[in-house]
Write a protein that binds this ligand. Structure first.
Ligand code: SF4
Length: 470
């Protein structure tokens, strides 16, 4: 099958040398991709595909420019949160096909998952990931991707609290952690990833262990609430199966990079320390996102997350060096839209005006975008083919978020806490926007049919930087 694209940014490779000053993008012009350090040319390249249009344009520019090579260990990774819009899954599946069939570069979809194992004599749930194929999960396709919020809820139920702007456990675990774990296996150049977890047919965790360990770790949630919150993760698979890369990408056996030799320890590689694997990562940040770029550059040079007391479990790997070629070319959001307008046949099947990319109702999108998403979802979806229409009670529906917030938010009254009634209001749930946040998903869901309420809510929470989105 031939995939025809027009106006893909023309990206050639320079083996060192200086970057040009930030240009104004011109699709007619040829751009040269400069490595900041010559050694990066021989290191594996990892493209972090987020599911959005900028990411898709970046991927095509890298493929078309010959920047990626399968024998070097280059790979494209998409971390599925199970909270994307159906059209995003379709877009990611089409780009996987193009990447692999047309350009011979492996493209993997991954998902966060937990598994049960014994640690110091207790059965606990530990975090990991699995590979999934680009078709929906079903009994007939158990390796398929999830799209009903299963992955997201498993994470929250395992953590026992909701993500918020200060603790973005969703990005940290479902994206950063999963990518790191995947690369530790991928760079080891084995044909498969190992089974994790015990061999019993049922969960070995009991209520007593859950409540005892919670208290031992300083937790104060009453037992009944704790057991309710952990019920979902305990219902999830107890093990991660042995998985062959070839099942998920036929191109997985092509790596032949001596730079990866001698790095394996215990069947995996390290991404930190003296023997870590160094690699070049590519993200779809654009030229009109200076704040995100500044954070990325700081990561490259200072590793600020760790210096500021960040969690080493999720901080940027020591050997990772991030490039943002779209930003280097001066590509803006408008340029990305123009590119996809020219390539309509391959575009994400969602209107440019809506912000459904990444988790559809992400709490960091800001109330204005959330209100717009609520108002436009039905209208937009009516015009989409049936397979791109979202199902009720999945993360493409605001009701799913309202339910998750009620289920996993901290209900201070139920927990028997002292409540400052002035600030707590009638519904003292510590939700995605915190206790005193003026916003909740319940409020958003209830105001669906009341435009006057929506316009008040619209003003209340600005969008916050979320490096998941593009
Ligand atoms: S898009 Fe938002 S909700 Fe989804 S993982 Fe990123 S920060 Fe979390």
């Amino acid at each position: 099958m031939k995939f025809e694209f027009v106006n893909i940014p023309q990206l050639g490779i320079a083996r060192g040398g200086r970057r040009a000053a930030k240009p104004q993008y011109n699709p007619e012009k040829r751009y040269v991709f400069h490595y900041d350090v010559r050694e990066h040319l021989i290191q594996p390249h990892v493209v972090k595909f987020s599911g959005g249009r900028s990411s898709g344009m970046l991927l095509l520019a890298l493929l078309n420019g010959g920047v990626l090579r399968a024998d070097r260990g280059d790979v494209v990774v998409f971390n599925n949160t199970s909270a994307e819009h159906p059209a995003t899954y379709d877009f990611a599946a089409r780009l996987k096909k193009i990447t692999e069939q047309e350009y011979g570069i492996p493209f993997f979809w991954t998902e966060f998952q937990t598994y049960e194992d014994a640690v110091n004599g207790d059965w606990v749930r530990l975090p990991s990931y699995r590979l999934v194929n680009a078709r929906p999960y079903s009994d007939k396709n158990p390796d398929g991707y999830h799209s009903g919020g299963e992955v997201f809820e498993e994470l929250i139920s395992w953590k026992k609290f909701l993500p918020n702007q200060f603790k973005r456990i969703c990005t940290a675990e479902m994206k950063l952690f999963v990518t790191k774990e995947f690369l530790r296996d991928w760079f080891a150049r084995k044909p498969s990833i190992d089974r994790l977890g015990h061999y019993y047919e049922h969960s070995m965790q009991d209520n007593e262990t859950i409540t005892r360990l919670h208290k031992r770790n300083g937790g104060a949630t009453p037992d009944n609430i704790l057991l309710q919150k952990t019920a979902y993760v305990r219902s999830r698979p107890t093990f991660r199966p042995h998985q062959e890369y070839a099942t998920f990408s036929e191109l997985s056996g092509k790596v032949n990079n001596s730079d990866l030799d001698g790095k394996q320890r215990g069947g995996r590689v390290a991404l930190e320390g003296d023997h870590c694997v160094d690699y070049a990562a590519f993200v779809g940040f654009r030229g009109d996102e200076p704040a995100r770029l500044a954070r990325m550059k700081a990561r490259n040079y200072d590793r600020v997350e760790l210096d500021n007391g960040g969690d080493p479990h999720i901080a940027a790997p020591e050997g990772e060096y991030v490039y943002a070629p779209l930003a280097d070319m001066g590509i803006t959001k408008e340029d990305v839209f123009a590119f996809w307008r020219e390539n309509k046949k391959h575009d994400l099947r969602l209107p440019h005006q809506v912000n459904f990319s990444n988790c559809v109702f992400c709490f960091l999108k800001g109330s204005g975008n959330l209100v717009d998403n609520i108002a436009s979802r039905e209208k937009v979806e009516k015009r989409l083919p049936k397979k791109f229409q979202s199902r009720p009670d999945t993360p493409a529906d605001i009701a799913w978020w309202a339910n998750i917030e009620q289920k996993y938010g901290r209900d201070l009254r139920r927990e028997g806490r002292t409540i400052n009634s002035e600030t707590a209001g009638e519904n003292p749930i510590v939700g995605f926007w915190g206790m005193n946040g003026k916003l909740s998903y319940k409020q958003l869901a209830e105001s669906r049919c009341k435009p006057e309420k929506l316009s008040i809510i619209r003003e209340e929470n600005a969008a916050l930087p979320c490096d998941c989105t593009d």
